[in-house]
Design a binder for this molecule. Structure first.
Ligand code: HEC
Ligand code: HEC
Length: 184
């Protein structure tokens, strides 16, 4: 090889090497993108499933009729089975209201709610299971940083039980963060 040839050869080799390296990096980057997309997709699928679950839970006609007249139908998977049982066994003293049902309906709805209940019951000060979603620790965690004490006191909200004042699709069992409007 002449000196010039050698120079051309070296330049060529360097070029090929650079191209290979570039391609490898690009590939790695693509893989990352792919992973990220996949993860996002899974999260999306997950929340879609969650939403569907909420939605199908509250579609039960009897549940709607009996438990959706005074407030929204609270999604059954937002309380543990034990809590639902405690709540359903005391419908005559239901947060200051009488929500009594005939025995058969009470039993049927109690079973439905318990079957779809999720998690382990937390205990209130009186030693009984907590029967308010709005007093469970996951609820308090979810809302602690997002809703200020001043907002909770807003007369337009009145009570944390009024999910629908902020969660605009609560009556459809949807609580996603894109469907929230906090009254001012
Ligand atoms: C006669 C009206 C009435 C009926 C019918 C009724 N409820 Fe309620 N419910 C209330 C009131 C009032 C509250 C308390 C709301 C508040 O504190 O702002 C409440 C609260 C609740 C809460 C607690 C919400 C929270 O703060 O997390 C749950 C859970 C609940 N009801 C479930 C049911 C179920 C299940 C049924 C059907 C078996 C039912 N309710 C039927 C009046 C009713
Ligand atoms: C004062 C307004 C307000 C009320 C009332 C309220 N929430 Fe929320 N909720 C929020 C805000 C704000 C968030 C936080 C959303 C975020 O993470 O960006 C939230 C988050 C949630 C989440 C988690 C959503 C997610 O995808 O991360 C659930 C589930 C939820 N709320 C259920 C309820 C239920 C059930 C009730 C009624 C018992 C209720 N909320 C009452 C404002 C409210």
């Amino acid at each position: 090889m002449s000196k010039n040839d050698r120079k051309a050869y070296l330049t060529f080799s360097a070029l090929v090497l650079a191209l290979c390296l570039g391609a490898t990096l690009a590939q790695a980057h693509d893989d990352d993108d792919e992973d990220e997309r996949h993860e996002r997709h899974e999260q999306h699928e997950h929340s879609k499933l969650e939403n569907q679950r909420h939605a199908s839970n509250i579609q039960n006609k009897q549940l709607k009729e009996e438990c959706g007249s005074c407030h929204i139908v609270y999604p059954p998977n937002m309380l543990p089975a034990e809590s639902w049982r405690a709540l359903m066994d005391n419908l005559n003293k239901h947060f200051g209201s009488d929500a009594s049902l005939d025995k058969a309906t009470q039993r049927e709805l109690s079973n439905l709610l318990q079957n779809q209940g999720k998690g382990r019951a937390e205990t209130a000060n009186n030693g009984q299971p907590i029967i308010r979603i709005s007093q469970t620790s996951w609820f308090l965690d979810e809302h602690e940083d997002e809703v200020s004490p001043r907002t909770w006191r807003n007369p337009k909200i009145k009570s944390a039980s009024n999910c629908g004042t902020c969660h605009t699709k609560a009556d459809q069992g949807r609580f996603g963060e894109h469907e929230i409007r906090i009254p001012r």
